[in-house]
Structures are given as structure tokens and as C-alpha cells.
Design a protein around this ligand. Structure first.
Ligand code: 13P
Length: 256
């Protein structure tokens, strides 16, 4: 079902103590709001998952990982698998963030395998897609995202695809302060929904949750989340400050 989501991707930031304080502050703020109709997700670095799970237990705040192995178990030193995440009761996992694509050479094929592993384990993938600046400038942005979806998601069976959350994150907007305009976000989100319609039908497309990510903050969240095809946000920098993140959650609640 289509759900409004606000997810915080902390990336490789914070010490344990700082992460503990941030989790406590955000949880307190979200509990005060009651977060009706909005799913709030924190995606801390992997070593902090257990602590964040403990601190958010029986609250409105859910927990996600930032990355996962394509393999379920085995001799893959340093990797973390989807069944491991599931066994800790981690509910979500970001897959295919542009930083993973760029710095760790993650390809659409690899990401297809990661998505499948995550779904097999019963964890919800938050699949990231998005174009580079030159691709947008050349007018190829929709084509690039179409290719990412086709190669990583569209061979899923409908029942599995229904469990995927999509995050559109134009790479040029990530960490740059150059947010996509509401019109640019809406255009891409509508295109993504159209592609889902062609692949899985109108009903699946209408139920799909499509998040926007890239310099989203309390100052622009309202106009982005008010777009008909934008179902919340994947927040980087602003999720590292409790007051800003909670404010974004509040804005999402007002947009439902
Ligand atoms: P910023 O909000 O810092 O631009 O990062 C967005 C992002 O990459 C979330 O995954």
C-alpha cells in the first residue's frame, strides 16, 4: 500500500555516543507527534543498528540498514547479509544508493541480486535510482532511471515488487544544496509511476511508494511532499540534526 515515508540515511557519520543521542532525540520528537500515517525510518551505520533498534523498540520509529550483501551467508569477510538484518528485526534496507554505485562500483545487475536477497529475507528494500547532472543536461534523465528500474527491479514478480520502496535521488542534488524543483521531482516520480503501470499495471503503480532524496530539508519538504506522486523523502544531511528531521516528519504528517 502507498505509504508516506520519511527515512533518514545517516551515511558514514556519527560516533556511537552521538548516534545514541541523535536516536533518543529523534525518537522523543517523533513520539510527541504520534506520527500518524507516516512511517519514520532511521538508517544508521551498521555497527549502530542494534543500539538504534533497542532505543526505538515499541515506538513509531522503524530501522533500516544502508547496504547489504548479495549473498545470504558464507565466506564473505566484512559483509552483512539480509537474513542477518532480518534476524535482528531490521525492517528496511537501502539498496543502490548513488554513493554505492559511484564509490563501490555497484551495477544494476548486482543491485538486482541484492534486492532479491533482501526480499527473500523479508526485509523491505528502499531502492535508489537517479541520474547524474550530465545525463539530466542531455535530457536523458528519464531514460537513465528507466534503465535502472528495468535492470534491477522489473524482473521481480508482482508480489515481490509490491514490497519495494523506490527512492528517486538525482545525483546532482545529493549533498549539494541543489534540490530538484518540485516540478522536476514530480515529472520524474510520475514517469516512474507510469513505467510501473506499464510493467505491473495501474493498481500496483498507484500503491507504490516513491520517495524523493537530495538536499531535502525543512525549508523545501512541504512543496516536494505536496506533489501528487511524491510519497515522502530519503533525507541525508538534515537527518543528522534531530530538530530538522523531526520537522520534516511533521511536514510529512501535514501532507497526508
Ligand atoms: P542529502 O539530503 O544530504 O542531499 O542526501 C540525500 C541522500 O543521499 C539520502 O540517501
Amino acid at each position: 500500500m502507498r505509504t508516506m515515508i520519511v527515512a533518514g540515511n545517516w551515511k558514514m557519520n556519527k560516533t556511537f555516543q552521538e548516534a545514541e543521542d541523535l536516536t533518543a532525540e529523534i525518537t522523543k520528537g517523533v513520539e510527541k507527534l504520534g506520527a500518524p500515517n507516516v512511517e519514520v525510518i532511521l538508517c544508521p551505520p551498521a555497527p549502530f543498528l542494534e543500539m538504534v533498534l533497542d532505543l526505538t523498540d515499541e515506538t513509531y520509529v522503524a530501522v533500516g540498514a544502508q547496504n547489504v550483501s548479495e549473498f545470504d551467508f558464507g565466506a564473505y569477510t566484512g559483509e552483512i547479509s539480509a537474513p542477518m538484518l532480518r534476524s535482528m528485526e531490521v525492517e528496511y534496507c537501502i539498496v543502490g544508493h548513488s554513493e554505492r554505485r559511484k564509490y563501490f562500483q555497484e551495477s544494476n545487475d548486482l543491485l538486482a541480486r541484492k534486492v532479491k536477497s533482501v526480499l527473500r529475507a523479508g526485509v523491505i528494500p528502499i531502492f535508489c535510482c537517479g541520474e547524474l547532472l550530465p545525463e539530466r543536461e542531455a535530457g536523458n534523465h528519464v531514460k537513465v532511471v528507466k534503465n535502472q528500474l528495468e535492470e534491477s527491479l522489473f524482473d521481480l514478480e508482482e508480489k515481490d515488487f509490491r514490497n519495494v520502496v523506490i527512492a528517486y535521488e538525482p545525483v546532482w542534488a545529493i549533498g549539494t544544496g541543489m534540490t530538484a524543483s518540485p516540478e522536476q521531482a514530480q515529472e520524474m516520480h510520475a514517469s516512474i509511476r507510469e513505467l510501473i503501470t506499464l510493467q505491473y499495471g495501474e493498481r500496483v503503480a498507484q500503491d507504490a511508494t516513491i520517495l524523493y532524496g537530495g538536499s531535502c530539508n525543512p525549508g523545501n519538504a512541504m512543496e516536494l511532499f505536496s506533489q501528487p506522486d511524491v510519497d515522502g523523502g530519503l533525507i541525508g544531511g538534515a537527518s543528522l540534526k534531530a530538530d530538522e528531521f523531526v520537522e520534516i516528519v511533521k511536514i510529512a504528517i501535514n501532507c497526508t
